[in-house]
Design a protein around this ligand. Structure first.
Ligand code: BT5
Length: 242
């Protein structure tokens, strides 16, 4: 059952001890007309990443989904995911974790993944009816419970007060969500991808080169041997240390 989380947040927060996926709960709320509601869980039993990958979600994490009804065409929605990545990074840094962003939506400590984002949407070509960014942050989780290559706030700096973390995260997200230019500037400042050699697997093939910039709504510019390529979606690998 959902309970109020008692946060002074810009969103209503509905808390669950365990759900299959907060994104699925949020979708049901969105279909019922909800807006600016956050679904938060301590544990997910069927957490999902992009492309239907598994997202491991043991008890102690921060697994949350935000129901939004922005006045945006679908093509501009990726900026919401960038805003979520900035908000996670800032909340993690306030907790003392040296977090950075890997394009498009991973939050890393060094090369280890601390958090990921899955954004879903529904609507018409000119305007979405809802957008749900789902944020998964390995908070008070033992790294042994996570897949290889992952880290947690607990592993980096010890156990944190999750309520405070969620509050800061949502406040920061709320500040950013209506200001795409500010999101882009903040994203650039926190990105570990820019200036690096990358290999991006896109739906249209592999792009390799130096990541030189990001532009709205979240497009990565990669300088390849054949010139600058704009990448809209894909999985990005950093090829060598910065
Ligand atoms: C993501 O996918 O990074 C998006 C994750 C979104 C999770 C949130 S939790 C709240 C909401 N409810 C959901 O059901 N989902 C959202 P992707 O970039 O595809 O990365 C997935 C890959 O990361 C997996 O294939 C694993 O290799 C790895 N992975 C799985 N669980 C992880 C974890 N807890 N920490 C770090 N890496 C993980």
């Amino acid at each position: 059952p959902a309970v109020e989380y008692g946060l002074e947040a810009p969103f209503d927060v509905e808390y669950h001890e365990s759900v299959p996926s907060t994104n699925a709960v949020a979708r049901d709320l969105a279909d019922d007309g909800a807006s600016d509601v956050v679904v938060l869980a301590d544990e997910q039993t069927g957490g999902r990443g992009r492309l239907d990958r598994e997202w491991s979600s043991p008890s102690g994490g921060v697994w949350l989904s935000i129901v939004l009804r922005p006045d945006l065409p679908p093509a501009r929605v990726p900026v919401i995911t960038l805003a979520a990545a900035v908000a996670i990074t800032d909340a993690a840094r306030e907790a003392g974790v040296d977090a950075e962003i890997k394009w498009p939506n991973d939050v890393l400590v060094g090369e280890r993944k601390l958090a990921g984002i899955l954004t879903e949407m529904e609507g018409e070509a000119d305007r979405v009816s809802w957008v749900i960014p789902g944020l998964g942050i390995n908070a008070n989780v033992d790294a042994e419970e996570l897949p290889e290559g992952a880290t947690s706030i607990q592993a980096e700096v010890g156990v944190i007060e999750r309520r405070l973390f969620v509050q800061r995260l949502l406040e920061r997200f709320d500040e950013l969500r209506s200001d795409p230019e500010a999101v882009l500037d903040a994203w650039r400042e926190r990105a570990s991808t820019l200036g690096r050699d990358v290999r991006v697997e896109t739906p249209d093939g592999v792009v390799e080169g130096e990541a030189i910039d990001v532009e709205l709504p979240g497009t990565l510019l990669v300088e390849t041997d054949d010139g600058v390529v704009r990448v809209h979606a894909g999985d990005c690998e950093h090829l060598r240390p910065a």
